[in-house]
Ligand binder design. Structure first.
Ligand SMILES: Nc1ncnc2c1ncn2[C@@H]1O[C@H](COP(=O)(O)OP(=O)(O)OP(=O)(O)O)[C@@H](O)[C@H]1O
Ligand SMILES: [Mg+2]
Length: 276
């Protein structure tokens, strides 16, 4: 069975060029114990099919809130989110979510973790195993399928976390600082693997990071969010051709130019945070 056979069926066609996801006039207010926190100001964003979009912004500016809204964990206070023109309500199978903390099940081996989303979708055992094994191999974890999560390094667990989301073949993948706690060298290796996976599986990816270099290196477009309450402050196209060599991209003039423009925009917001 091909990987695409696991896709949730959608009426709208999939392919490059169109708009995968539209965020229209979305804002969010959290209310608890009489407190009211405006986490996200009115936001508009269109994400193209098969685009790699990265989001940067100061801590607390509403990045994770935006992801939680897109994935349908709770409805926005105002506005609407559409997946290929259809409003999202509730959890949507076509959208995968790689959260910041790896939440592998400790009582399942690596392979069993990767197979889990297929199991709950009723995919037969042999096909589950084939899909899981192919992904495990692709990210260099061959031979670790029977390992328990506690036997894996942080970087290995993050790879497992990512391929577990890829296993059921969602069209759109949200990633919230997936490489946050890792050292620089491990990040570089995982970034490379992620780009290879993205290029072969042609997903739409929205990727949050605190690291502007990572945001520029990976992205087709980088979004800068303002300090809380967050709004989209700037969007920059990254005109570096693919496939990209992440080991050398920092020396590329186009990388430096984009970084400079984006940093000017981000620095101002980060400073606001430090004045509080
Ligand atoms: N469930 C919640 N209940 C109440 N307030 C919340 C909740 N989740 C987030 N917030 C508030 O909303 C604001 C935005 O939080 P969010 O987690 O989206 O920020 P972030 O940009 O992801 O930050 P970080 O970079 O630190 O992860 C913060 O002020 C936070 O306190
Ligand atoms: Mg967050």
């Amino acid at each position: 069975m091909s990987a695409t056979a696991f896709s949730a069926t959608l009426d709208a066609p999939r392919g490059a060029g169109g708009i995968a996801l539209s965020v229209r006039g979305v804002s969010h207010v959290f209310r608890s114990k009489g407190r009211r926190v405006l986490a996200l100001q009115e936001t508009d964003l269109e994400v193209r099919e098969q685009e790699f979009l990265t989001i940067v912004g100061p801590s607390g500016c509403g990045k994770s809130t935006l992801m939680n809204l897109i994935v349908g964990l709770f409805p926005p206070t105002s506005g609407q989110i559409l997946l290929r023109g259809t409003p999202i309500s509730g959890i949507n199978r076509s959208i995968g979510y790689v959260t910041q903390a790896d939440n592998l099940y400790p009582w399942r081996t690596l392979r069993q973790n990767v197979e889990f989303p297929l199991e709950i979708r009723g995919v037969p055992a042999r096909q589950r195993r084939e899909r899981a094994e192919a992904l495990i191999q692709r990210v260099g974890l061959g031979g670790f399928g029977d390992a328990w999560p506690y036997e894996l390094s942080g970087g290995m667990r993050q790879r497992a976390n990512i391929i577990r989301t890829l296993a059921y073949d969602p069209d759109v993948i949200l990633m919230d600082e997936p490489f946050g706690p890792l050292d620089a060298q491990t990040r570089l290796i995982l970034q490379n693997q992620l780009l290879e996976l993205w290029q072969s599986e042609r997903k739409t990816v929205i990727f949050i990071t605190h690291d502007l270099g990572e945001a520029v290196a990976l992205a087709d477009r980088v979004v800068v969010m303002s300090a809380r309450p967050g709004r989209i402050k700037a969007v920059e196209e990254i005109p570096i051709p693919r496939p990209r060599n992440l080991f050398e991209i920092h020396a590329d003039d186009r990388f430096r130019d984009a970084y400079k423009v984006l940093w000017a925009s981000l620095e101002e917001e980060v400073r606001k945070g430090s004045e509080v």
